[in-house]
Write a protein that binds this ligand. Structure first.
Ligand SMILES: *Cc1c(COP(=O)(O)O)cnc(C)c1O
Length: 365
């Protein structure tokens, strides 16, 4: 049996007619950037996330960067992010010229631990960017109260967590602003690049809208040094179609994840932990195994494709060689032991059972 790590094929097959008619609708308007489809999707996505505003942008990295820019973060400032995240979180900070400060996660949830933040503070610390890694929210109450105590902004990197909840609140509605990616492989993806910012703060919304559109409200008048980071009409139209199906796709991801959790039983494998006050959307199903590389090649021989998120922690990335980051034993340990199992909409029962059986038969010796 050959099982891919992920595919969007079955999602797209089900909504092919809807996507085609969305394409035709946009074509007929002859208007391709920030028009009626972007406006509609922004409204729908804001409602979905339970916030007042959402602003469509061109990708997730720029969503984070523009939030930081709009908050006035730049040269001389410091921003705390987790040591185990996708590189975009770090690059968004570096793009503003602020300094990246890495914090260790807690091993069980893979998310930022508030206990590790205090020692990283300096008079220049301006913000924390918790990442809701793999689709489960970080401990936002603890992070928000720590931030409040120290006068810091909390910007959520929700690129993997569309629809995830924390104490009933949606990802992207818990910090001052949330950054989303609609990269095709995310739980809701465009048919190309896309992103969004969510916030309840009116002034921040206005500033982000300006900055992402050449710092301009009136054509040819530029109040700020802005950038070009906008969501295409065509992608917004596709995203409006897909947003209608997202909860259904999340339910299916959750069903597969629960089967893995209930049926994978191997002392060499540590399963992911979901905290009681949170709902996980399973962008990635991450297990840990001390013999990870051996397990990965064993599964590969079984015809099961897996992935690693992420094999190189931020402190070991070549791009940051000049930064002299300290050792990050927890982030590094996760990078050696994490393995991501196949999980996508459209997996068959026999594929799921086969993966579980192969994992249970894995012999680490
Ligand atoms: C995907 C992702 C991003 C960046 O999104 P892009 O749309 O690819 O720029 C940022 N942070 C995390 C955690 C991600 O997974």
């Amino acid at each position: 049996m050959n099982i891919p790590f992920a595919t969007v094929k079955y999602m797209h097959e089900e909504i092919e007619a809807e996507l085609s008619s969305a394409f035709n609708d946009v074509l007929k308007t002859n208007w391709f950037i920030r028009g009626q489809f972007c406006e509609l999707f922004e409204k729908e996505f804001a409602d979905y996330c339970g916030v007042r505003y959402s602003i469509g942008v061109d990708n997730g990295l720029n969503a984070i960067k523009i939030i930081l820019n709009a908050l006035g973060i730049g040269e001389g400032d410091e921003v705390i992010i987790p040591g185990n995240t996708f590189i975009a979180t770090a690059f968004a900070v570096s793009d503003t010229r602020a300094k990246v400060i890495l914090a260790e996660p807690e091993k069980s949830t893979f998310n930022l631990s508030v206990d590790n933040l205090e020692s990283l503070l300096s008079p220049n610390t301006k913000a924390i960017v918790p990442v809701h890694l793999y689709g489960q929210c970080a401990d936002m109450d603890a992070i928000n109260s720590f931030a409040e105590k120290h006068g810091l902004y909390v910007v959520e990197d929700a690129a993997q967590a569309h629809g995830a909840t924390y104490n009933g609140k949606k990802a992207g509605s818990i910090g001052i602003a949330g950054a989303f990616s609609f990269y095709p492989g995310k739980n809701i993806g465009a048919l190309g690049d896309g992103g969004a910012v969510t916030t309840n703060d009116k002034r921040l919304e206005q500033k982000i809208r300006l900055l992402s559109n050449y710092g301009s409200e009136t054509k040819n008048h530029h109040e700020h040094i802005g950038t070009n980071s906008r969501l295409d009409e065509i992608q917004a139209a596709f995203l409006s179609v897909k947003l209608q199906h997202l909860d259904n796709w999340i339910t299916e991801r959750n069903r597969v994840a629960q089967l893995y959790i209930n049926k994978i039983d191997n002392p060499n494998i540590t399963l992911p932990v979901v905290k009681k006050d949170r709902s996980h959307v399973w962008h990635i199903f991450a297990i840990r195994c001390d013999m990870r590389d051996k397990l990965k090649s064993y599964l590969n021989e079984c015809g099961i494709e897996t992935s690693i998120h992420y094999p190189v922690p931020i402190n070991k990335q070549q791009a940051y060689a000049s930064y002299c980051f300290p050792d990050m034993p927890i982030s590094e340990n996760i990078s050696y032991t994490e393995l991501s199992l196949p999980l996508y909409y459209g997996m068959t029962e026999s594929q799921i059972s086969y993966i579980i059986d192969c994992l249970n038969a894995f012999d680490a010796t």
